[in-house]
Ligand binder design. Structure first.
Ligand SMILES: Cc1cc2nc3c(=O)[nH]c(=O)nc-3n(C[C@H](O)[C@H](O)[C@H](O)COP(=O)(O)OP(=O)(O)OC[C@H]3O[C@@H](n4cnc5c(N)ncnc54)[C@H](O)[C@@H]3O)c2cc1C
Length: 365
């Protein structure tokens, strides 16, 4: 009998499991894949550490994961990102503002837009905007008269921060909350200096194992509920019991193992119906170093963003080699159409290889 069973070994389950185990509870983590990490899983290939897409840690040293690691006695250091740029159709690099001074100097804005940008940021930091929870990002931009360079800016922020390139289906509330948090903490995103596997996933997994067990390659089929209380989980013909059952699986999948019809929480029902974000991620393992840029690079067509991750962490690529990762968020419906995905991929590769002409001759994979 464990104190806690955690179903799903994603980052949320790992963080919680590590804290519970460190604080003295017995924990059994059950993960269906052959490895933990979930969407933050790191794939190793020929000495390169490939994150799933670009995985930057929101709020970096002030993030939840940094707090959890400190709680279990593991320090973590982060590398702040350098300057970020929007790359226009003519391959010109335009500063993408990540601080108030950026709004005053970026070529993305006209003079009047600079002042408006600062005004909007002050409003968002105060967090007192009415009706955000009812609006999409598109409705908010239209209502607030946001156009020109500011529209370009907020559309890109929506694509990267909310992983949604379509402002008409993204939540203004989520965008506002994220921007407010960035303004309050003074940190947008940072990267663990030795990468996700070494700095985050390994120490969290070790902490769980100290007082518990991680069972990978094991799928939970259902949660057993007796008299309204979760008492265990079913794995094929076996039942494992625990005093508490915690689910860390994507909200859309909860209905598969839990009779959610019996649960009265309206937020849970909403979560189950959420349309997931999705997209294409391309990794370029490069023989040599083709850029010193250590911030994000944005494209508006296709709306996407990239990063020389090896310029943030030296442990990500073998010595003398580098890693460029690009992520293109795509509407979930488009992901079901192979032709569309192929088009996006081709367009993206043409753009990236046009921006960095030396790249093509140096691709390892
Ligand atoms: C390409 C990409 C890039 C991203 N970039 C960023 C970023 O830069 N910054 C950021 O903050 N966030 C980013 N995210 C989002 C972030 O990865 C997720 O929010 C986070 O990883 C979710 O963690 P989780 O633990 O909630 O769920 P998951 O990672 O989905 O973990 C759930 C786990 O449950 C397991 N599971 C499911 N069903 C069962 C079952 N029946 N039995 C056993 N196990 C089961 C799954 O295999 C999985 O391992 C990105 C996501 C993607 C896909």
């Amino acid at each position: 009998m464990y104190d806690f069973i955690i179903v799903g070994g994603g980052i949320a389950g790992l963080e919680l499991g590590a804290m519970l185990s460190y604080d003295g509870s017995t924990v059994l983590m059950i993960e269906q894949a052959e490895h933990v990490g979930g969407r933050t899983f790191v794939h190793s290939k020929d000495g390169f550490e490939l994150d799933n897409g670009i995985h930057l840690v929101r709020f970096g040293r002030k993030s939840a994961v940094a707090d959890v690691l400190r709680h279990i006695g593991k320090e973590i250091s982060f590398k702040p990102l350098g300057k970020s740029y929007v790359i226009d159709e003519d391959n010109r690099f335009i500063l993408f503002p990540t601080s108030p001074s950026g709004f005053l100097t970026s070529g993305l804005f006209k003079f009047s837009e600079r002042l408006k940008a600062l005004q909007i940021m002050i409003q968002l930091k105060r967090g007192k905007e009415e009706g955000f929870d009812r609006y999409t990002v598109e409705e908010w931009m239209r209502g607030a008269g946001i156009d020109g360079g500011l529209r370009r800016y907020f559309s890109l922020v929506c694509a990267s921060m909310l992983v949604c390139p379509i402002p008409s289906v993204a939540s203004a509330q989520a965008l506002a909350e994220n921007i407010a948090m960035v303004l309050k903490t003074g940190i947008s995103v940072e990267y663990p200096v030795h990468g996700w596997q070494k700095d985050i996933i390994a120490p969290l997994s070790d902490a769980i194992r100290k007082n518990g067990e991680i069972r990978t390659g094991t799928k939970v089929d259902s949660v057993i509920i007796e008299n309204g209380i979760a008492t265990g989980v079913r794995i094929k013909d076996t039942v494992v019991n625990a005093k508490n059952i915690i689910m860390d699986i994507p909200s859309q999948e909860l209905g598969r193992i839990l009779d959610i019809g019996r649960l009265k929480d309206e937020r849970l029902k909403t979560a189950v119906g959420l349309v997931p974000t999705s997209g294409i991620s391309i990794d370029y393992a490069i023989d040599g170093r083709i850029s010193d840029i250590d911030g994000l690079l944005y494209l508006e067509d296709p709306m996407s963003f990239g990063c020389f991750v090896s310029n943030l962490s030296s442990g990500i690529a073998p010595a003398g080699k580098s890693l460029l990762t690009w992520f293109c968020p795509i509407h979930n419906e488009d992901m079901k159409q192979k032709d569309k995905i192929k088009n996006y991929q081709q367009k993206l590769e043409n753009r990236i290889e046009g921006i960095f002409p030396s790249l093509k001759t140096k691709i390892i994979f």
